[in-house]
Design a protein around this ligand. Structure first.
Ligand code: MN3
Length: 201
């Protein structure tokens, strides 16, 4: 398939002051676009990946240790969802029902899950992502480096936060913990997380 940059599901200034229009313009229009362009070169039409779903490409590339595809298609997948994992007026402690049940059962409740998620992002050395993912029917907090995602590690991601500096440096400079706490408390689109939980394998 030919990969395409999805439009943001909100205006560039919709997430301010927590994430600025300038950050979204660079992050979406420049960084995500570059993953799409490079992804088409390494996994687009005419490559051995043509005809596979993006999820299957992520898994196949990781098994094959195909770094350019892991990086660019991994990041394309991650960012498609990253834009949807945020919304204006997001965050808050009130989770949809099935998600709340699993957070209580598998993650020790909302406050512990939040603390573990933020800590995963803070402690991811260098670039990467922090995640809530479903593995073996259980919810877990994990982190991955660079363009990797939980699909490559036998899990289904339902929430992820980008901790590459391009995601926060304009708005938060080097204060990654502040970015992560603000992101979690003010931007997370829990309805989209619940929808991904419903589709998780
Ligand atoms: Mn990014």
């Amino acid at each position: 398939m030919t990969f395409k940059l999805p439009e943001l599901p909100y205006a560039y200034d919709a997430l301010a002051p927590h994430m600025s229009a300038e950050t979204l313009q660079f992050h979406h229009d420049k960084h995500h676009q570059a993953y799409v362009d490079n992804g088409n070169k390494v996994a687009g039409p005419g490559t051995k990946y043509d005809g596979k779903s993006i999820e299957d490409i992520c898994k196949a590339a990781f098994t094959a240790k195909d770094a350019p595809v892991i990086n660019n298609i991994g990041q394309h997948y991650n960012h498609i969802h990253f834009w949807q994992w945020m919304k204006k007026g997001g965050g808050g402690k009130k989770l949809p029902g099935k998600l709340q049940t699993m957070v209580d059962k598998d993650c020790g409740g909302f406050d512990k899950m939040r603390a573990d998620f933020v800590n995963a992002g803070v402690t991811q050395f260098g670039s990467g992502w922090a995640w809530l993912a479903v593995k073996g029917g259980k919810l877990e907090v994990v982190k991955t480096a660079n363009g990797e995602n939980p699909l490559m590690h036998g899990a289904s991601p339902i929430l992820g936060v980008d901790v590459w500096e391009h995601s926060y440096y304009i708005d938060y400079r080097n204060a990654r913990p502040k970015y992560l706490e603000t992101w979690f408390d003010h931007l997370v689109n829990w309805e989209y997380v619940e929808a991904m939980l419903g589709k998780a394998k």
